[in-house]
Design a protein around this ligand. Structure first.
Ligand code: ADP
Ligand code: 5GP
Length: 213
């Protein structure tokens, strides 16, 4: 289904709760859904490629983009700058939906700009599991793991901003829940109203009396 106004799906969580994993699974499940590739000043992890997970840029380049008004939203997270460029969204206008893996500050900005966007917050089953997942990712040093774990509780304080809160315990079940949220949101009356109105207008035209010859 092609759309002039794709569904904007924001996914946030404390670092390590599983949003990258769940986002990848959602994208594999739902055809026509695409991922918004953010800009960041963070260094790429060993398994990341420029232009795939992120557009990796220097702080100077990022600040220039801020000055030029290129971002729909941006924020400083864990000491690095992250942002969603307006160009990224405009290039995906005909998509079924766009998924944003962004923090609560970015979620707030997108919710403000697009109130019909849908925001999902991912929680770990408990804090012990969160710590294990952060460490198990093995892509950061111990200091980074500790810093990210330390700010997790403060990130959870913002759960009230989100429309849905999903506990990522068992991966298959969490994936099913996230996919269900997207599919149900696609059926929200406000999103389908234009089509229903179009059917009604066609019906009115057809049932109108024929003009006399
Ligand atoms: P985030 O993007 O929120 O920082 P990730 O998706 O990178 O988190 O997940 C952190 C780690 O936890 C990864 O190693 C991932 O494979 C693992 N993980 C994610 N979800 C689950 C789950 N439901 N069960 C077990 N491990 C998981
Ligand atoms: P990571 O370094 O683990 O990839 O991401 C760190 C945090 O930055 C995560 O909470 C992630 O959701 C957030 N993030 C990634 N891209 C963006 C973005 O474009 N904007 C904002 N506000 N946060 C982002």
């Amino acid at each position: 289904m092609s759309n002039e106004r794709p569904l904007l799906l924001i996914i946030s969580s404390p670092s390590g709760a599983g949003k990258t994993t769940l986002t990848a699974r959602l994208l594999a499940e739902v055809k026509g859904l695409t991922f918004s590739i953010s800009h960041t000043t963070r260094k790429p992890r060993h398994n990341e490629t420029d232009g795939k997970e992120y557009h990796f840029v220097s702080r100077d380049e990022f600040e220039k983009l801020i000055e030029q008004g290129s971002f729909l939203e941006w924020a400083e997270v864990h000491g690095n700058l992250y942002g969603t460029s307006k160009a990224e969204i405009h290039s995906r206008k005909s998509d079924r939906g766009i998924v944003f893996d962004i923090d609560h500050q970015g979620a707030r900005q997108i919710k403000c700009a697009a109130p019909d966007s849908v925001a999902v917050f991912i929680l770990p089953p408990n804090m012990k599991v969160l710590e294990q997942r952060l460490r198990g990712r093995a892509s950061e040093d111990e200091e980074t793991v500790q810093r990210r774990f330390g700010v997790a509780k403060r990130e959870i304080e913002h759960y009230g901003l989100f429309d849905y809160v999903l506990v990522n315990a068992e991966l298959e079940e969490a994936t099913r829940k996230l996919t269900s949220i997207f599919l149900a949101e696609e059926c929200r009356r406000s999103r389908v109203a234009a089509l229903a109105e179009q059917f009604l207008a066609e019906g009115r035209l057809r049932s109108a009396p024929l003009p006399k010859p």
